[in-house]
Design a protein around this ligand. Structure first.
Ligand code: PXL
Length: 270
């Protein structure tokens, strides 16, 4: 029985992969939810284990679709969940089962981090996965957070080299799916700033912070989308959520953790 003296925390569910070293994936999402004052749940879609013997490449094992369905059944039965984040799905079979559950439960706020390519996947399989994600999950999203590469694919563009290009991409992606978009330039756009473009059909806003180094930090994308999810769960608007998430990730990159792998991990605990 809940103690009625305290208001219950907002809830959010991440449907994501495990990245064993904890930099990215569900581990980063749950730390972000906790840091944002949101009670986090996770349904695991796959297990990623970097291979230190092979240049830290990704070893990827999908979770059985029935086990994904079981996790989601438990979660949606246990709580009224109206805020969901989608991270790495990884295979067409995973996408099918997740899309089916989402169509059944119809969460009001669905943040899609469209993780398109996982190193270590066959290019052919990745193409199937990209197409399945675009067809079956993107239309359900209310907020989407593509990185540079994903923006090229979702907007159907050959290059994105300037903030103007990123604005075009954000507009095009919004037009194709109707969701609010935060298109991330990250370290991929030249210049001193890490620039992201928000567009929701009405407001276009360029979010910019000085770059902290020129190397992408593990978990930054996951944490950005998770922070947006947490802010939406707390009742913020999509634009407010994007602004708060950008601040959160910038602080987390400043406080990053070095490791024996060739990439640092962001720290959500500042
Ligand atoms: O950052 C993308 C990402 C998302 N989810 C999982 C990952 C990665 C990258 O390694 O392993 C599980």
């Amino acid at each position: 029985m809940a103690d009625t003296h305290m208001p219950p925390p907002p809830l959010a569910l991440t449907i994501a992969g495990s990245e064993a070293t904890g930099g990215a994936g569900a581990q980063a999402d749950l730390r972000t939810f906790q840091a944002s004052g949101v009670f986090g749940l996770a349904a695991l879609t796959c297990i990623v284990s970097f291979d230190p013997k092979a240049d830290w490449g990704h070893r990827f094992v999908p979770v059985d679709p029935q086990v994904i369905a079981d996790q989601l059944e438990a979660e949606f039965a246990c709580y009224d969940i109206d805020t969901v984040k989608i991270g790495m799905l990884g295979t067409p079979a995973t996408i099918d089962v997740v899309a089916r559950e989402l169509r059944e439960h119809r969460p009001e706020r669905l943040v899609l981090d469209p993780v398109l390519i996982c190193k270590g996947q066959e290019p052919g399989a990745a193409l199937d996965t990209d197409n399945a994600l675009k067809e079956n999950v993107l239309p359900l999203a209310t907020f989407v957070t593509p990185n540079h590469f994903e923006s090229l694919s979702l907007a159907g563009m050959d290059t994105i080299e300037s903030v103007g290009d990123l604005e075009t991409a954000a507009r095009r992606i919004h037009e194709t799916c109707g969701a609010a978009v935060l298109a991330k330039g990250g370290v991929r756009l030249a210049g001193p700033d890490a620039v992201d473009v928000f567009y929701d059909g009405t407001t276009l806003e360029v979010l910019s912070e000085p770059k902290i180094g020129e190397v992408a930090v593990s978990g930054a994308g996951c944490s950005l989308a998770a922070a947006i999810t947490a802010e939406l769960a707390k009742g913020q608007s999509p634009l407010e959520a994007a602004r708060a998430a950008k601040q959160f990730v910038t602080a987390g990159i400043r406080a990053r953790l070095a490791s024996n792998a060739p990439f640092d991990a962001m720290w959500q605990g500042v």
